[in-house]
Design a protein. Structure first.
Lengths: 303, 293
């Protein structure tokens, strides 16, 4: 844009100075942020301090709901399930994503672009639909996994039994989100300047050593961020168990995960006040775990 | 790449190439299998779905019948669901991308009072459990009589914090401070600088956020599940999930199993197509966000 063009349209010129401008640009986002994030949170915190009274209305109970939630085995069972889930799912997913990203980045394989795009495709499939598809695949009679196993002369395990259910849910998450993480790592690896590569080839570093000793350490900050996001996502697990519950009624109960518990408390149990306390407690757990992980990871790096 | 150029002739390299391509091909089969299953399941009759091998087609090609059932059950409600999904996610995505861009621009290019605090708030928002937000929002909106409206689904979706991080990182790189200063020297106002100089330069970032927000809304389940209880307001995700519950509990009367898979197929084809067409944008954009984060 030249000076002449800018000057040519004086009528459109709303002069906003540098002090006001940032607030103007932030206003739409921040207003909605306040209306649909801050206000609901304050409202939730407020109702979490009340309890339905015996005769109509509510009464103030202070921190009673939190005390009750803190001692509620149903909540902690759910947290336990999520921890198991996170320990099972995140390392496998992050591990495969890293290995595939390093393989694709090293350029040793054929059809790189094809693999990169096709591994990412499941991310475009809504979690609801991915869960529906996998629950068909898990079906004992009509699921192709069971059919194949039977054809080969053995019985596939019951994927929605108490023993396998968590693994089955973890598999859905692996299918959906591995490619997303892989793309992020791949982009981070590609962003490493190439003169480094030339230097190490001169040094005679093999492709494998180069990938693991030189490139991998350089994307550790990116890995930490993705792990934190995975932790946050795992601890909020809801959709997959909520839908699989349809075929595993005896195994997935209504407090299988804390989010599920809060949902049931509100819409089935009519206890929104207690549900709010449960949600806040879960938020606290998420914050503590994420923060602890970052602290631990950063300390490792510093050393 | 230099490594490939220098070593591609060695036998060890060739062996590795076969081996690693094999590993990736195995994972490809795993990725592809569920998608292939949807395709075969959508072409079968309910009977064949249970009696024939899941990963291949049945002799009886039933796709047209299934599509016919899908689009005619409950007076053609599936089409309504598709329309709702398109409506909710396009408006939410457009608004979310625009507001994220404005906010990202403010965070990237200005220093102002409260900047650190506001950015920390936006960052911290990611950790809030869905139930902690959506349930109180539902209680509040139901007092205002706004549940069961498009507003209840669209308005909360306009807040898209990942878009703000991404745009901040993108704008940091894409627009130099000198350029903005030059605009100021020419006497242009801040809004004018943004709309006629900066916006063009940040288009690629904007497009990425638009795509990400669109996918996030297209995939959204919890918010509409809570906010809406009229079936003709549902997006596809809520509708299909309900259809599935009906199918599995056997209360629907009609056997709905293949219809659910046909619905799944119909609803993922456009998103996958869009992803394939626009891969340049999401690949670059996800990278920018991930590397800078």
């Amino acid at each position: 844009m030249t000076e002449r063009e800018i000057r040519a349209r004086p009528r459109n010129r709303v002069i906003v100075n540098k002090t006001v401008a940032p607030y103007l640009f932030l206003a739409p986002f921040m207003l909605l942020f306040i209306a649909f994030l801050i206000v609901p949170l304050i409202y939730a915190f407020d109702i979490s301090l009340y309890k339905k009274a015996m005769v109509g209305g509510v009464k103030f109970v202070g921190t009673d709901n939190y005390v009750k939630a803190f001692a509620d085995p149903k909540f902690w069972e759910g947290v336990g399930v999520l921890f198991k889930f996170a320990f099972l799912q995140i390392p496998v997913m992050i591990g495969t994503a890293l290995v595939f990203a390093l393989i694709l980045d090293s350029g040793v394989v054929w059809a790189k672009a094809f693999f990169r795009v096709s591994f990412f495709i499941p991310y475009a499939v809504p979690a609801v639909i991915a869960t529906l598809i996998w629950s068909y695949l898990y079906g004992p009679a009509y699921g192709p996994i069971g059919q194949t196993a039977r054809f080969l002369g053995f019985e596939a395990p019951d994927f929605v039994s108490a023993k396998w259910i968590l693994g089955s849910i973890a598999n859905i998450a692996q299918w959906e989100y591995m490619g997303y993480n892989m793309i992020i790592y791949f982009a981070a690896l590609q962003a490493i300047p190439t003169d480094l590569e030339e230097a190490s080839v001169v040094d005679g570093a093999s492709a494998f050593a180069f990938a693991t000793r030189i490139k991998l350490p350089m994307i550790v900050p990116t890995i930490i961020v993705t792990v934190v996001f995975s932790i946050i996502g795992s601890l909020q697990l809801f959709t997959e168990p909520f839908l699989i519950q349809n075929m595993a009624r005896s195994i997935i109960n209504s407090n299988y995960t804390p989010n599920y518990y809060a949902y049931t408390l509100t819409f089935v149990g009519q206890q929104p006040n207690y549900a709010a306390a449960i949600s806040f407690l879960l938020g606290g757990v998420i914050a503590v775990v994420s923060y602890a992980f970052m602290l631990l990871a950063n300390r490792r790096i510093d050393r | 790449m230099s490594i490939v150029g220098k070593t591609s002739t060695s036998p060890k390299f060739r062996r590795n190439r076969w081996l690693l391509t094999g590993v990736l091909s195995l994972y490809f089969l795993y990725t592809f299998m569920p998608l292939f299953y949807v395709i075969t399941a959508a072409t079968k009759s309910n009977q064949d779905l249970f009696s024939t091998f899941g990963l291949w087609f049945a002799p009886d090609f039933n796709l047209w019948d299934n599509l016919h059932t899908l689009f005619t059950i409950q007076d053609g409600i599936f089409l309504k669901w598709m329309g709702n999904t398109a409506y909710y996610s396009s408006i939410s995505a457009a608004g979310a991308a625009l507001f994220s861009t404005f906010a990202g621009y403010a965070f990237a290019k200005y220093s102002f009072l409260g900047k650190k605090l506001m950015f920390a708030l936006v960052l911290g928002a990611v950790m809030i459990p869905q139930t902690a937000l959506v349930i109180p929002m539902f209680l509040m909106l139901s007092k205002l009589g706004l549940t069961n409206t498009a507003f209840a689904v669209i308005l909360p979706s306009l807040v898209f914090p990942p878009g703000v991080f991404l745009m901040r990182a993108y704008i940091d790189d894409a627009i130099s401070n000198e350029l903005i200063e030059a605009g100021r020297m020419d006497g242009a106002g801040e809004v004018h600088i943004f709309s006629s100089i900066a916006f063009r330069l940040l288009m690629p970032g904007f497009t990425t956020v638009l795509i990400l927000a669109f996918v996030a809304n297209w995939n959204n389940y919890f918010l509409p599940l809570v906010m809406l209880n009229k079936p003709d307001m549902f997006p596809i995700t809520v509708g299909l999930a309900q259809l599935y519950s009906t199918a599995i509990s056997g209360t629907g009367g009609v056997l709905l199993f293949t219809v659910v898979m046909t619905g799944a197929l119909v609803s993922i084809v456009p998103v996958i197509a869009a992803f394939l067409i626009m891969q340049r944008f999401w690949q670059g954009g996800l990278g920018a966000g991930g590397v800078k984060a």
